[in-house]
Design a protein around this ligand. Structure first.
Ligand code: CU
Length: 211
């Protein structure tokens, strides 16, 4: 091996080992924020949830990684954090109550990890939530914008249903209030640009035309 070949081999090796890790220390949301607005109607004592339908169904994908620190929980999984819980209007839980989010059902294989505000990645713990790894199905929520991470290891369509309710410090519902309900949707795709992605994109376009 002459000197020129040796140095270009070294450059290739460095490039391959540095580029992905250096650029992908923290996972990407996967697209624009898709907010679930959480409103409280005091006159009917009911919580209402509204999903932003202007943003299309989030894609769980395996772009990026391996990730630094706790974000390593997403390594090797397709993932997305576009969905964000967001309080709308000026209201507070009744005295002695907190806001709780409960996952009431989900497609088997859908995993969830605790996030936070996208502008404060340091606040994301990536702790398993909503039944993942034996965690509780409920999550106390402080009302600040919350973008949790969803992940899956198998391609396909996933859904999860949630109630948002007032409860005491251990999650026991506060009597007299109607919870809000919502179902969220994702599609898991193995790799951007792959044949699977092209096929599903074509399928999606066909579905839209027939709707
Ligand atoms: Cu947000």
């Amino acid at each position: 091996m002459n000197l020129r070949t040796a140095s270009s081999t070294l450059a290739l090796t460095l490039g391959a080992s540095l580029a992905p890790g250096a650029l992908a220390d923290m996972p990407q949301m996967g697209g624009p924020m898709k907010h679930i607005r959480v409103m409280f109607d005091e006159s009917s004592a009911a919580i209402h949830l509204h999903v932003d339908d202007s943003i299309s169904t989030p894609i769980l994908d395996n772009a990026g990684g391996p990730y630094a620190g706790n974000a390593g929980a997403l390594d090797g999984l397709m993932h997305n954090a576009q969905y964000g819980w967001m309080v709308e209007g000026f209201w507070a839980p009744p005295a002695g109550s907190n806001l709780w989010i409960e996952q009431t059902s989900a497609t088997p294989g859908l995993l969830a990890f605790q996030g936070g505000m996208m502008s404060m990645m340091g606040s994301h713990t990536f702790a398993p939530i909503f039944g993942t790894d034996g965690s509780d199905s409920t999550l106390m929520w402080n009302g600040l914008m919350l973008h949790n991470w969803y992940a899956a290891s198998a391609a396909g369509d996933y859904t999860a249903a949630y109630n948002v309710y007032f409860g005491d410090s251990s999650g026991v519902p506060t009597p007299g209030f109607t919870p809000g309900s919502v179902t969220l949707h994702w599609t898991a795709l193995p790799a951007p640009g792959s044949l699977a992605l092209l096929g599903l994109t074509a399928l999606g376009a066909r579905r839209r035309r027939t709707n």
